[in-house]
Each structure stands twice: as C-alpha cells, then as structure tokens.
Ligand binder design. Structure first.
Ligand code: IPE
Ligand code: IPE
Ligand code: MG
Length: 247
C-alpha cells in the first residue's frame, strides 16, 4: 500500500460548485452546466467505489437554492428526478447504497416516491454509501434534531439534563456514518454555504478553483493527496500525535 492509499479518508463531503459559471464561460445556459455536472458525479462515484472510500456525501441543492429563478429550480428538480430514474439500477449493480438527506417534504410527491424507491432498492448494499444532500441546510438539520429532542422532553420520555452532544447527534442526518474526514469545495468560493455544520467540526477542508464540470479524476486524486499529508490533531499537540503513531 502506498502512503497515499493508506491514509484515505473514510468519508468525503463535497460542495459541487461552479456549474453555472462553467456554462456562462461557454455562452451556454446555466442548466447546461448542471447537466455536465451530473457526468462529474458519475465519475467521482466510480472513483470512490474503486478506492473503497466508505461514504461520499454530495451537496446537490441547498435550502437556500429555492431563491434561484424558478426556471432554474424546476430544471434542477427535473434533473434530479431523471438522474434517480436513470442511475439507480447501475448504482445498485455496483453495490452502492443511496441515501438522501434534507427536507424532502418540499419535493413533489413523484420525486418523494422516487427517493423512497431508490433508497429501498439499494438499502442492503455493502459498497460505497452515496449520500445526496437535497433541500439540505446545516441549520435545518440541527433544528430538526432539537425538535425531536424537545418532543421527547414534552412527552416526559427525556430529562433535559440528559441532553448531551451524543444525544443531539443521534437525531442529526447521518448519525450512523463516520463524520466527514475530507471536505472539498470546487468553484473557487471558500465558504460552507450552510452545508453540514455540526458534522464538519473536525473535517479537513480543501478548496479548489476548478469548476465542478471540470473536476476530474486527477483533481480528486490531488485532494486525496493533500488530505494524506495533513496531521489531524483533534485538540492535542503535534508531538502527542506523533508519539501515538509510533506507539
Ligand atoms: C452548483 O453550481 C450547483 C447547485 C447549486 C445546484 P452553481 O449553480 O452554484 O454554479 P455557480 O456557482 O453559479 O457557478
Ligand atoms: C452551495 O452552492 C450549494 C450547492 C452546491 C448545492 P451555492 O452556489 O448555492 O452557494 P453560494 O450561494 O454561492 O454560497
Ligand atoms: Mg454556486
């Protein structure tokens, strides 16, 4: 095993940004960028599966993206539906387990059914877990978890004094998955844009100017390479980490 492959992240979380600018540069409608962006998703999923990365979480639509022009929102919903219909059998064949996080109640009944079906079909797969964050917001996630705890308190099933980090985390999206080790944002912006807030507490960040439709195998390999060289200290000193490694 090479140094890089021995220090692979278990969970990679990605903000796929830059589709609109990619299209604009080519004098194409923004939607064309989203369509090509789906190709990039295919290829990254394949690469993660090959590398045996356990979890890949992709930010597909934020709770703030409803603010975009209605035509773009409709087109994105359509693209999501089509991709689900077209890709699920192939994902299933490749042992990918698909999970969707976010407030799905805002989606059309048809799209909600497609999501349920895709999750059910792939639920028992043991390969890559592919998480799609759709109508997801980090604030929403924490609020919905707090709401569930509040309901238990109101029902007399939970003592407020028992609420701790682990209890809250249990009700967030992705409770049973390892927290993201590596966060990648393409497209040049350096911000979280309300993606996984709680879960990114100790994640390594990697930003690249490459626009999502151009983000290829080599670009992903560079992100992994950068991750492999970092020392994760989790509050301790660098010397402590080195000592533990040599113990
Ligand atoms: C990311 O690309 C995709 C979504 C938010 C759905 P953008 O559409 O944000 O692309 P830019 O940032 O405008 O280039
Ligand atoms: C974040 O990208 C959301 C997704 C990639 C789905 P945006 O392009 O919406 O983020 P901002 O608005 O520039 O921060
Ligand atoms: Mg953007």
């Amino acid at each position: 095993m090479t140094e890089t492959s021995s220090r692979l992240p278990r969970h990679v979380a990605v903000i796929m940004d830059g589709n609109g600018r990619w299209a604009k540069k080519r004098l194409m409608p923004r939607f064309a960028g989203h369509v090509v962006g789906v190709e990039t998703v295919r290829q990254i999923v394949k690469q993660c599966a090959e590398l045996k990365i356990e979890v890949l979480t992709l930010f597909a639509f934020s709770s703030e993206n409803w603010r975009r022009p209605p035509t773009e929102v409709t087109a994105l919903m359509q693209l999501f539906s089509t991709a689900l219909q077209r890709e699920v059998n192939k994902l299933d064949k490749n042992k990918v387990r698909l999970r969707i996080i976010g407030d799905r109640s805002a989606f059309s009944e048809e799209l909600q059914q497609l999501i349920l079906k895709a999750e059910a079909q792939t639920a028992n797969n043991t390969g890559l877990t592919l998480v799609i964050a759709a109508n997801y917001g980090g604030h929403w996630d924490i609020v919905q978890a707090a709401k569930q705890l509040a309901r238990q308190v109101a029902a007399g099933q939970l003592n407020p004094e028992e609420v701790d980090e682990a209890k809250l985390a249990q009700y967030l999206s992705l409770p049973e998955l390892p927290e993201p080790d590596l966060f990648i944002r393409t497209g040049g912006e350096q911000r979280i844009s309300n993606f996984l807030l709680w879960q990114l507490a100790y994640t390594e960040f990697y930003f690249t100017d490459i626009l999502w439709p151009d983000f290829g195998r080599e670009a992903f390999a560079s992100a992994l390479e950068s991750f492999s060289k970092r020392q994760r200290r989790f509050g301790r000193t660098g010397d402590q980490v080195e000592q533990d490694k040599n113990a």
